[in-house]
Design a protein around this ligand. Structure first.
Ligand code: DGI
Ligand code: FE
Ligand code: FE
Length: 392
């Protein structure tokens, strides 16, 4: 038996996926391709993705007529993020005599060497991919060669297959456009009947606080939730005082710690998913990750305004050349009603009287505190501090 594992979010499955699988069935004489929809990642909002059961149902509809296709709910049943290495381990144990292949799109293929336990994956399956166009082909073959030098077996299809974008399909669904050229007709019908991908628009428009409160309640501990409300109040108060946009300050304050209670691995996963590379200094300080991951979440999933996104991004480290909104959120986090450190009163008074002095005081405190505890100090914090002392 020659069996391929084809994992993905399949949100929705489309003709590009089917064509890719079909091409490998022919090129590699595969007996079976197992479509494996991933579980919904913990940081995805319900309205942003079709439910796991719906993605599974679409895979089954799309492959019902294909004798070589099988759909597995193993990762969905397992729940949470699955590692490909674990899925392959289970599958190879279930079919110990089979030759295994792992099908990946070009975008995934190039990231393979950084996948968890890549060497084990490579030991269990031949790594297969297909170019998006002619330009891609040479690049993919070069990557394949490099992996082969590390002992992997690779296969790059010589010809490209049709590229279809799931993002584009979701946009089409939202706009009520006909998708039958890009997905199997039964999948198009299913998307219409289930009204999939139509909620995202509401998401984008709904700006009322209630909605953000629901999102926060689901993600934060009670204490962190209370802190977020206190920072929102404080940010609004400071915005009023310094002539900034009060609504934006409130929103930024509310959302600034949205990823703080998410476990660190998931924070890293979010960064990886959005292609955000963190510098070595950030990598060395896990307490900074929630700000970067939170900003990415706000930008890519909640579609929040960019000035709010950067206020969240820099609320922990600060940076040189901070905007008014960034300073307000930074100081609000330092002076919210729930803060209890020794100099909090002085900090509060300063933040209301002299923003620059308050920033300097806060940064001085942070730098000193980190140095005393022998923690690394992020360069952005140092730049923010230097800018203020040099201007004095
Ligand atoms: O999320 P909060 O607790 O409300 O506050 P925060 O986002 O300011 O996070 C504070 C933590 O971040 C605290 O443990 C100190 C740490 N921190 C702030 N700046 C730096 C830093 N840690 C390192 N390593 N480097 C920094 O520059
Ligand atoms: Fe924070
Ligand atoms: Fe905070």
């Amino acid at each position: 038996m020659r069996i391929a594992l084809y994992g993905g979010s399949f949100d929705p499955i489309h003709n590009g996926h089917i064509e890719l699988a079909q091409a490998f069935v022919e090129a590699l004489s595969l007996d079976k391709v197992i479509f494996m929809p991933t579980a919904t990642p913990p940081h995805k909002l319900k309205s942003e993705m079709a439910a796991a059961e719906q993605r599974l149902a679409m895979c089954k509809l799309a492959t019902a007529q294909l004798p070589w296709a099988e759909v597995s709910d193993a990762e969905i049943s397992r729940g949470g993020a699955s590692f490909t290495v674990d899925t392959l381990t289970d599958l190879t144990a279930a079919y110990p005599d089979a030759d295994w292949f792992l099908l990946t799109g070009a975008d995934m293929f190039v990231t393979l060497p950084s996948w968890y336990r890549f060497a084990d994956i490579a030991r269990m399956a031949t790594l297969c991919t297909v170019p998006r166009d002619d330009k891609d082909a040479a690049e993919l073959r070069a990557r394949a060669e490099r992996m082969q030098e590390q002992g992997a077996r690779c296969f790059v299809l010589p010809q490209a297959v049709t590229q279809v974008s799931s993002t584009q399909l979701r946009d089409m669904a939202r706009a009520g456009e006909d998708m039958t050229a890009l997905v199997p007709p039964c999948v198009a019908d299913y998307i219409c009947a289930q009204r999939l991908y139509t909620a995202t628009d509401n998401m984008r428009q709904l700006d009322d606080e209630e909605q953000y409160l629901d999102i926060l309640r689901a993600r934060l501990t009670e204490k962190r939730f209370a802190h977020s409300l206190a920072v929102a109040d404080r940010a609004a108060f400071l915005a009023e005082k310094y002539g900034a946009d009060v609504q934006k300050a409130r929103k930024a304050g509310l959302l600034h710690d949205i990823m703080k209670d998410t476990d660190r691995n998931t924070q890293l996963q979010i960064l990886q998913e959005f292609g955000i590379l963190i510098d070595t200094a950030t990598k060395a300080s896990p307490p900074l990750w929630h700000a970067v991951a939170g900003a990415a979440f706000l930008q890519h999933i909640l579609h929040i305004d960019e000035d709010i996104v950067t206020a969240v991004r820099y609320h922990t480290t600060g940076r040189a050349g901070m905007s008014l909104l960034e300073k307000i959120v930074y100081l609000a986090d330092f002076t919210s009603a729930d803060r209890t450190y020794p100099d909090v009163e002085k900090m509060c008074v300063l933040s209301e009287q002299d923003m620059t002095a308050a920033m300097l005081f806060a940064l001085q405190y942070t730098v000193t505190d980190l140095a005393n505890r022998e923690k690394p100090i992020h360069p952005d914090t140092v730049y923010a501090y230097n800018e203020l002392v040099c201007e004095k």
